[in-house]
Design a protein around this ligand. Structure first.
Ligand code: NAD
Length: 351
């Protein structure tokens, strides 16, 4: 009997439950022995528990150390913060990993893209330190700025620490070593934000000295956007502070076929949550229509993480074969297949 794994599963909102059902079916067909602990988060949890992120769900992830998460709708106007950001912060999932790889058969201007985005998840403008116009905090900072900030401005703070910057760059180098990658590119806007982004580059240079076999380079984010559009094949592992990481991971997802094929992982010390980059696509709920591949590839990252490397490889090969054949693709990849037909096709290619 295969090793048994207990994994938290958050079906999520909108199309999330249909997509996670497909993934469960595929992983079971791949012969994995997984005991899924199904936990609520998002709109469904809000109705039942009065909070979109119940303590029980966080406890389950802490206990099992691994979760697969469907997309969650961020309730607008309820005063709740994004559940996704809260999960990352509560569990200190400091690294966001987003592989952007083009598979043969995807219609794209590019043929040779295989980029790993490593995004810092805990700091930067996402820290949630904001001051409303006219608030006491905003007025104090305006006074401190010595007239540089206009009266009545709203203010967001961008904290970048040496510890978190070194931790994320080390994560990127360790990933590069484990996966036989050749280069790590650190990306910021340090020519303008000399202290915050400058510190991120400094941390990168320091950590890079411990990895002499891997090339290290620095790029400014504006130039990086152009480089990625013109010559993405030159890039390998990118490491970025939170906001640039968010924007560039969508840019890179666009290079390789879009949200339907963009997987992701949020990783901390000993805990990891795997999820597709896309949201809950609420307008397609219950239509068996959206692409399950991004979530299947997220599950593949999860299998690698829990040591099921052979099954992870066979799952990726099956997805690559389905994309290459092009007969069972969903609407976003130019096909007419239903979500469940894509899942069936993946199962039929498993070896
Ligand atoms: P979205 O990713 O849900 O949709 C953007 C576009 O991509 C839509 O046209 C959608 O139909 C399409 N799309 C999304 N997933 C697809 C798939 N698997 N296959 C094919 N097409 C797909 O983004 P949005 O519309 O901005 O957000 C909807 C909700 O999802 C919001 O409440 C947002 O806060 C939430 N969201 C959640 C996450 C997450 O849980 N990690 C991420 C992003 C957005």
């Amino acid at each position: 009997m295969n090793q048994k794994h207990t994994i938290t599963l958050i079906p999520g909102d909108g199309t999330g439950p249909e997509i996670t059902d497909c993934v469960k079916r595929i992983l079971s067909a791949a012969g994995l022995n997984i005991d899924w602990e199904i936990m609520p988060a998002g709109e469904t949890a809000l109705k039942e528990y009065g909070t979109p992120l119940p303590k029980e769900t966080l406890d389950s992830i802490r206990k099992n150390k691994v979760a697969l998460k469907g997309p969650i709708t961020t309730p607008i106007g309820t005063g709740f913060r994004s559940v996704n950001v809260s999960i990352r912060q509560e569990l200190n999932l400091f690294a966001c990993l987003r592989p952007c790889k083009i598979y043969r058969g995807i219609v794209s201007k590019y043929t040779d893209v295989d980029i790993i985005i490593v995004r810092e998840n805990t700091e930067d403008l996402y820290a949630g330190i904001e001051f409303e116009p006219g608030s006491e905090g905003a007025e104090k900072i305006i006074a401190l700025s010595g007239g540089k900030i206009r009266k009545g401005s709203a203010i967001s703070i961008k904290p970048i620490s040496k510890q978190a910057s070194e931790r994320i760059v080390r994560f990127a180098f360790e990933y590069a070593v484990r996966h036989g990658r050749r280069k790590v590119t650190s990306v910021t806007k340090a020519n303008i934000m000399k202290f915050t982004d400058g510190l991120f580059f400094d941390a990168g240079r320091g950590v890079a000295k411990d990895y002499p076999k891997i090339e290290y380079e620095e790029k400014l984010v504006d130039n990086m956007c152009m480089q990625l559009v013109q010559k993405p094949h030159l890039y390998d592992v990118l490491v970025l502070p939170n906001l640039y990481g968010d924007i560039l991971s969508d840019l890179c997802a666009g290079l390789v076929g879009g949200l339907g094929v963009a997987p992701g992982a949020n990783i901390g010390d000993g805990i990891a949550v795997f999820e597709a980059v896309h949201g809950s696509a609420p307008k397609y709920t219950g239509q068996n229509k959206v692409n399950p591949i991004a979530m299947v590839l997220s599950a593949e990252l999860m299998l690698e993480h829990i040591g099921e490397t052979q099954t992870a490889q066979s799952l990726e090969n099956a997805v690559a074969a389905v994309i290459r054949e092009g007969k069972h693709l969903t609407y976003d990849l130019g096909g007419t297949a239903k979500m469940s037909e894509t899942a069936d096709a993946i199962i039929s290619k498993l070896k």
